[in-house]
Design a protein around this ligand. Sequence first.
Ligand SMILES: Nc1ncnc2c1ncn2[C@@H]1O[C@H](COP(=O)(O)OP(=O)(O)OP(=O)(O)O)[C@@H](O)[C@H]1O
Length: 300
Amino acid sequence: METASAVKAVLEVRGLVKAYGDTRAVDGISFAIPPGICFGLLGPNGAGKTTTIEVIEDILPLTAGEILYRGRPRTPAFKREIGVQFQHTTLLDFLTVREMLATFQAFYDIRSGIDELSALCRLEDILEQYADRISGGQKQRMLLALALVNDPKLVFLDEPSTGLDPQARRNLWDIVLDIKARGKTVVLTTHYMEEAQHLCDEVAIMDHGRIIAQGAPDALIRRHCRGTTVVLPRGVLPSSPDRLGLQWRAAGENVIVETEEINACLKTLMDRSVDLNDVIIHSPNLEDVFLKLTGRKLRD
Ligand SMILES: Nc1ncnc2c1ncn2[C@@H]1O[C@H](COP(=O)(O)OP(=O)(O)OP(=O)(O)O)[C@@H](O)[C@H]1O
């Protein structure tokens, strides 16, 4: 049987640096992605996620480091073999969705069938519509289909659900999971921790061009956060949280308490007449991991 360590990474990045003058947008990052997983680069705006994948996609030249595809340096064929969904793509509004897919397909020797693509990306009902007449969610699904026209084994999605409403985002997530279920390896960037948690088998959390934590979402949460998180606006506390005997840390205007004794913690607050309507209680998530490591929120 093949052991995990014997499975060759689809993509390996070693000591990658991308500098613009004195700014290191990507500052020496390394990771290896085994086949068939969804790997997420998670981080706040400006963390270096887009730069990282654009360097890997060979759209931007690297400053230093090494990128291996199936164990070897990328060849010119690499670009034809991968699928890329950009954050912004200029669409040809005078074409229908079907014509757009056919136009993009024509660039490649290996092609996915349009019926198969439209079923996968839920485009059946809009194939004959013009690209400027479709909704934001439909457009995003079409961009996903365009990234798959060459039947790639490795697919890059840059902030795939940015700007979508919650329902459209969920629909998109279902499609990403279907893409993965077809054996493709997915690399995505996101600043939505729910997205990373829902879709990714492994995440690298980036900040200021560096990876500050990496692993399976559940394992990262277990490693960095314990118990239940209680978030209180500082103003609702009658006195310093120290005087209440709480283990706490500050996060902007909020006080964060992590406790393995949630009942005792809430009783302390109620005894001091803190209105629990002002209190947010949740199990720790990747947002908490980021907060713990940086003292900042992923999104303002
Ligand atoms: N062409 C460029 N010239 C100079 N600096 C750049 C350039 N492109 C990106 N940067 C800087 O590199 C850093 C990383 O940017 P990048 O777009 O990769 O971040 P990101 O994590 O993808 O953020 P976002 O979610 O906003 O896209 C930022 O500080 C950005 O200002």
